[in-house]
Design a protein around this ligand. Structure first.
Ligand SMILES: C[S@@+](CC[C@H](N)C(=O)[O-])C[C@H]1O[C@@H](n2cnc3c(N)ncnc32)[C@H](O)[C@@H]1O
Length: 399
C-alpha cells in the first residue's frame, strides 16, 4: 500500500497545494466567474476554495487517481469531479461539452509522459514557437495540462496555474516565455516559497494570465510568502521577461544596485577559457582515477594544492585555475583557486581559466556577497540545484 502511494506520488506528480495558497490564487479570479476547470485536481483543495468564493459557479475537476478522486468528492460535489485521464480524448470530449470555461486553475503534475496527438496540437496551438516536442518520447505533462486548459477557456478568460520555476528562468523555455508574453496578457508571475508544499522542497511559480492579446508592454513579477501574501513585486519589460521572469533575479540586480548593467564588468569579460568536466564521479571511481568533485571543496579556505602532478587526462584543473560547483545544494556557493599541481575534474565542476591578471578579481568576486547572492539567485532546478554557464558568465565582478 505504502509502496503504491510512494510510486504514484512520483509517477503522477502528486503534491498538493495548501488551502491558504489555493484561497490566494482563487482571489485573483474575476468576480463574475461562472465556470472553472481544474485538470489534475488531487484531493480537491482548489475546488473547495473556488466553491467557497463562487458558490453558484460550475466547477469541473478531473483526477486520474481513484484515491484522490475519492477525497476530492468528500470536499466538493461528486458530479463536479471526473475520474479519468485529463488528456485522453474521452475526457476532452466530455470537457468540450462544458467549455468554454471562464477560468482554469491548477497545479499540474511535473512529470513526463508520451503525449497523444491531441495534446501535441494543443501545445503547438497555445505556444507555436515551441517546435521541439518529440513524438513518441516522454514529454512534459505540466505543459500539456497548461495547453489543454488554455484550449478550454473562453477568450478573455483567466488562467491561474502553479508551474515549476524552470518555465520562467531556464534558457530552454525562452520560446515558451516569448509566446507567453506576446500571445497572452500575462498579469502576474510570482515565485512561491520553496517550502509551500508539505514534505517536498520545490521551486514553483504562480502564473496569472488572461486568454487575450496583451494590452500593456510589461509584466508584473512578485514573491508570495507561505501565508499566501504578496511580499514584494516589480515590473519588467517584455524583452527582459522573455529572457527570464524570475523575480529573485531582478530583485538581486536592484538590491546590489546593478541597474546600470551596460557599464558592468562581468565574468565573461575576463575569462580565457571556461570548461565543465566531462566524466562523472562514478566513472572516475570505476577507473580508479583521482578526480576533483563538489565534495572536495575545502570548507574553510579557498586554495587547493593538488601536490605534485599525477597522471592527468581529459578536462583538468592546473595552477591558476578557479573551480566552482555546477551542481549541488549547500556546496553550490563554494569556490577555490588551484595553487599547485593538477587534477581531473568531474562533470559537476566548472573550471574558470582567467585572463592574465584577473584571477584575484574573479576569486574575490565569487567570495563577495555579489558572487554568493548571484549564484544563489540564479541556481536553477525545481529540486536539485544547478548553475548554467550563461548565468555564471553573467556574474558581475567587483572592481
Ligand atoms: C501536483 S498534483 C496537484 C493537485 C491539485 N491540483 C493541487 O494543487 O493540490 C497533480 C495531480 O494531477 C493528478 N494527475 C496526474 N496525471 C494525471 C492525468 N493524466 N489526468 C488527471 N490527473 C492526473 C495527480 O494524481 C495529482 O493529483
Amino acid at each position: 500500500m505504502r509502496t503504491s502511494y510512494v510510486s504514484n506520488r512520483q509517477k503522477l506528480g502528486q503534491f498538493f497545494t495548501p488551502e491558504r495558497i489555493t484561497d490566494f490564487i482563487i482571489s485573483f479570479l474575476d468576480a463574475d466567474t461562472t465556470s472553472i476547470l481544474e485538470l489534475g485536481c488531487g484531493e480537491g483543495t482548489f475546488g473547495k476554495s473556488a466553491l467557497s468564493r463562487f458558490p453558484n459557479m460550475n466547477y469541473v475537476g478531473v483526477e486520474l487517481d481513484r484515491k484522490w478522486h475519492k477525497l476530492a468528492i468528500g470536499k466538493i460535489p461528486e458530479k463536479s469531479v471526473l475520474l479519468g485521464d485529463a488528456l485522453s480524448m474521452r475526457t476532452f470530449r466530455k470537457l468540450q461539452h462544458c467549455a468554454p470555461f471562464s477560468a482554469a486553475i491548477g497545479n499540474p503534475p511535473y512529470t513526463r509522459h508520451i503525449l497523444n496527438s491531441n495534446s501535441l496540437s494543443q501545445i503547438y496551438r497555445a505556444f507555436p514557437s515551441i517546435r521541439t516536442i518529440p513524438i513518441n518520447k516522454l514529454s512534459r505533462l505540466d505543459l500539456a495540462f497548461l495547453a489543454a486548459s488554455l484550449s478550454l477557456i473562453q477568450r478573455g478568460g483567466v488562467l491561474a496555474f502553479i508551474l515549476p520555476k524552470t518555465f520562467f528562468s531556464d534558457p530552454g523555455f525562452r520560446m515558451f516565455r516569448q509566446d507567453l508574453v506576446k500571445r497572452y496578457q500575462c498579469d502576474f508571475v510570482a515565485e512561491l516559497d520553496s517550502a509551500t508544499f508539505e514534505g517536498i522542497e520545490v521551486d514553483t511559480t504562480f502564473l496569472l494570465l488572461r486568454n487575450q492579446a496583451p494590452t500593456i508592454n510589461n509584466v508584473r513579477l512578485g514573491k508570495v510568502n507561505l501565508e499566501g501574501e504578496v511580499v514584494a513585486d516589480l515590473s519588467v519589460s517584455f524583452s527582459s521577461a522573455i529572457d527570464r521572469m524570475d523575480f529573485s533575479h531582478y530583485k538581486l540586480l536592484q538590491e546590489l544596485n546593478l541597474a546600470d548593467e551596460s557599464s558592468m564588468l562581468r565574468l565573461a569579460d575576463v575569462v580565457q577559457d571556461f570548461q565543465r568536466g566531462s566524466l562523472s564521479k562514478i566513472e572516475f571511481v570505476k577507473m580508479g582515477r583521482e578526480h576533483f568533485h563538489t565534495t572536495d571543496f575545502p570548507s574553510d579556505f579557498d586554495e587547493i594544492d593538488f601536490g605534485d602532478a599525477s597522471e592527468i587526462s581529459g578536462v583538468h584543473a592546473r595552477a591558476g585555475d578557479i573551480l566552482v560547483p555546477r551542481v549541488g545544494s549547500r556546496c553550490l556557493l563554494r569556490q577555490a583557486i588551484v595553487q599547485r599541481g593538477g587534477r581531473s575534474i568531474t562533470d559537476c565542476i566548472y573550471r574558470i581559466r582567467p585572463n592574465e591578471g584577473f584571477a584575484e578579481t574573479i576569486l574575490q568576486s565569487l567570495q563577495h556577497e555579489i558572487g554568493q547572492r548571484w549564484r544563489q539567485a540564479h541556481a536553477r532546478g525545481t529540486c536539485a540545484k544547478y548553475l548554467t554557464v550563461t548565468d555564471i558568465m553573467q556574474m558581475p565582478l567587483i572592481t
